[in-house]
Unconditional design. Structure first.
Length: 281
């Protein structure tokens, strides 16, 4: 089933029972070191992007990394430069492009070349974009959403699907109350938004907290980020939120190591993908 936006066509995000999810593979330069350390891969500043690209290629080349399990993958620009968007499109997995350049101290996005990144995404046949902001206290919610939805309007007007990600840290002492306030403000912004978007949100402490947001026609779908939770914990929380699908990064790559044999590597990522799929049902 498809939705049509102008001249470009987007795959409708599968219903929960279809069990597909988004593979988040958009680690930028700042977070790449941690990814490689968890992977057990030695690196230098000069070769770390080469090393993480090799890891990503190894992941997407496994049998279980296919369009029956994964409907989209979020990529960093370096990965698109290296041809990963082409490979994913050939596998019938939609590439999305991370377009932001990080966050300011107040959680809002740093200035970045919006027009150029949109043009780049279209040129390289990405189906949408992703922008990540951070929310650490109540005062950050409105400025973050104001900026995110303003940019989403520009992105959607260019026939791309924006993924809006206002992340609340999983270890925040007021995570529960911040999530309630975020939900209320998201409802307000969705009501006045004239396009569609995918919301990527921290898996909430309250079961199905975000269910109301799915009633807005502007909300194409809601996906949860693993945010540092283990695969088991992320999937447990996802199972408690039937209105959400997954957009996992660390939970997808947990237990993968550079020194594993191909069989060991394929088995482990296959186990992770199967667990995430079951949690989306």
């Amino acid at each position: 089933m498809t939705k049509h936006f102008g001249v470009r066509t987007f795959l409708e995000v599968p219903e929960k029972h279809m069990s597909k999810f988004i593979a988040a593979m958009d680690h930028s330069g700042g977070s790449t070191g941690g990814v490689l350390e968890r992977y057990g891969q030695e690196y230098t500043e000069a070769d770390k992007m080469d090393k993480v690209h090799a890891m990503r290629m190894r992941m997407i080349s496994t049998p279980s990394f296919n369009s029956k399990n994964i409907w989209a993958s979020i990529l960093y620009k370096d990965s698109v430069d290296r041809g990963l968007a082409v490979i994913l499109n050939a596998k019938d997995i939609q590439p999305y492009l991370k377009i932001d350049s990080g966050c300011n101290e107040d959680g809002t996005l740093k200035q970045f070349p919006v027009k150029q990144m949109i043009e780049y995404a279209i040129k390289h046949e990405c189906r949408g974009t992703k922008m990540r902001s951070i929310i650490k206290d109540e005062s950050m919610i409105v400025p973050v959403l104001l900026q995110q939805f303003a940019l989403a309007r520009v992105i959607h007007s260019n026939k791309l699907m924006p993924i809006i990600e206002p992340e609340i840290p999983i270890d925040h002492p007021k995570k529960r109350s911040l999530e309630i306030m975020l939900k209320e403000q998201l409802a307000n912004y969705l009501a006045t938004y004239d396009g569609e978007c995918i919301l990527k949100l921290t898996l909430p402490d309250i079961k199905d907290l975000y269910l109301e947001l799915t009633t807005y026609k502007q909300c194409h779908s809601i996906v949860g980020l693993s945010g540092g939770y283990s695969t088991e914990e992320a999937c447990k929380r996802l199972s408690n939120n039937p209105c959400m699908s997954a957009s996992f990064s660390r939970a997808l790559s947990e237990g993968l190591f550079a020194n594993q044999t191909e069989a060991e590597f394929e088995n482990r990522i296959g186990e992770n993908i199967s667990l995430i799929k079951r949690s989306c049902e």
